[in-house]
Write a protein that binds this ligand. Sequence first.
Ligand SMILES: [Fe+2]
Length: 322
Amino acid sequence: MPRASHSALRTVGRVTGAAALAGAATLAWSAGVEVRWFALRRRTVPVLPAGHEPLRVLHVSDLHLTPSQGRKRAWVQGLAALEPDLVVNTGDNLAHPDSVPAVLDAFGGLLDAPGVFVFGSNDYFAPSLRNPVRYLLPDDGQRNTHTPKLPYGDLRDGFERHGWTDLTNRRAELSVKGTTFAFAGVDDPHLGYDDLAAVAGPADRSAHVRVGVTHAPYLRVLDQFAADGYDAILAGHTHGGQLCLPFGRALVTNCDLDTARARGLHRHPPNTPVGDPGSSWLHVAAGLGTSPFAPVRFCCRPEATLLTLTPRPGFVERRTVG
Ligand SMILES: [Fe+2]
């Protein structure tokens, strides 16, 4: 073989070897470190009337807990030390038929705080073996509906026994430290379970703050809540993209939300000024877990978020008096 061909082959071999090594290191990091590297995020959301004391709302989502995940359970138990004024749980708690006691144990002291919840597809159907790469491919929501049902009724009973409010296709009012919340929630839009007609209509202007809650942030739901006058919308489902580019740029949201809003605090519709009628804050949680059959995260740490609700600058209270 000519010397030049030999050299070219050696170069190809080195590049291939380096790429394989980088791939193995990335996989080891994603599956061995980052997927358990829990983060507490903090964001401020100015939605309260003037003069109201700030309220601390813990947003948890996508726990995907199996009974054997002790480290995740312990980290979530530790969130009770934050003593939030309110907990919002946007679903996908379960990942195993025997997970309900583990989930209730994980939330532990958080269940003593006022709470609201909706369910996601993974609360209803057991996870199944899949190629993690399929997470990056379009999903119509029916991928997992052939699997056994999970005991979501027991989970609902457990949450409600502790006083948390089910927002599945319903509205509810809650008073937290003198601040009244008007909530609307939908069942998981990823499965087409959302009954928007059941909750649509102008949000209650007599409440101090209005919040829409959904598992999957599909645009039809966000548009409806924003148009109806909800000040903030909380969602999960996206896992923040789960497998992201360096610096956290998501490649997918697993729904029709744009990847720029796969996680974090944004406006809906995008970039609308605060106070614009028909616009809202949108917080999308990257969530705490993954399917047990795709236990990888890259540039997208598992997280919970403490949202501090503060008064809106220059906001004049519109609450009816007398
Ligand atoms: Fe999830």
